[in-house]
Design a protein around this ligand. Structure first.
Ligand SMILES: Nc1ncnc2c1ncn2[C@@H]1O[C@H](COP(=O)(O)OP(=O)(O)OP(=O)(O)O)[C@@H](O)[C@H]1O
Ligand SMILES: Cc1cn([C@H]2C[C@H](O)[C@@H](COP(=O)(O)O)O2)c(=O)[nH]c1=O
Length: 187
């Protein structure tokens, strides 16, 4: 099973996805990945290197091609839990002004996940949770990204979980119950 966690920065994706991967003995992975393209992306996100928004969208899709190879390989043996994926590109890059059809087109060969969790959070709470700031971590921008995610969630059937004012344990318990229901395993 290929499970993806999406949401704005500070919504709790890394915390919850790592916890889930550990408890179901799945492979935990993330985007931007640790490929050479992923490393270049992180330099751009820190604001040290500037590129056109379309170039950044292309870099995310190139990193995803590299990342997909690893995911497919792991799925032969076990479940995969991923911290950010394709829908981060659709949400962030479209809010940054890149045409959604262009984003979908350059990602058309990306492996489809079996289950997507959208972790939503009050923006002020999310910003308080994060220490380092990247080029996208601004209140107005993240508000639009979260709206775009909610729009995608309705169309694509994501499981939405609000993490505002909830403990990690509480959020995790809801995630675990959903995975149990949606999978063939009796964890
Ligand atoms: N439900 C929660 N309640 C309180 N704090 C939380 C909750 N979930 C996560 N946190 C804390 O918020 C911080 C950010 O969490 P995390 O890194 O999981 O978010 P994220 O969505 O992966 O962020 P980013 O996209 O910026 O990497 C961490 O210090 C984490 O311990
Ligand atoms: C995969 C992906 C990511 N992003 C953005 C979203 C965040 O601002 C950063 C990643 O930071 P994190 O702390 O590692 O979550 O990258 C994006 O704009 N498009 C994407 O496809």
């Amino acid at each position: 099973m290929f499970i993806v966690f999406e949401g704005i920065d500070g919504s709790g994706k890394t915390t919850i996805s790592k916890k889930l991967a550990k408890s179901i003995n799945a492979f935990w992975t993330y985007e931007p990945s640790n490929s050479v393209v992923g490393e270049l992306i992180r330099k751009i996100l820190s604001g040290n290197v500037k590129v056109d928004d379309k170039t950044l969208a292309l870099l995310f899709s190139a990193d995803r091609i590299e990342h997909n190879k690893k995911i497919k390989e792991e799925l032969r043996y076990r479940d995969v839990v991923c911290d950010r994926y394709l829908y981060s590109s659709i949400a962030y890059q479209s809010v940054a002004g890149v045409d959604e059809d262009f984003i979908r087109s350059i990602n058309r060969y990306a492996l489809k996940p079996d289950l997507v969790f959208l972790l939503i959070c009050d923006i002020e709470t999310a910003l308080k949770r994060i220490n380092t700031k990247d080029i996208f971590e601004k209140k107005e921008f993240l508000e639009k990204v979260q709206e775009k995610y909610l729009d995608l969630a309705k169309k694509e059937g994501f499981v939405i979980i609000d993490t505002t004012d909830r403990t990690v344990e509480d959020v995790y318990s809801e995630v675990f119950k959903t995975v149990k229901l949606r999978s063939n395993y009796g964890f």
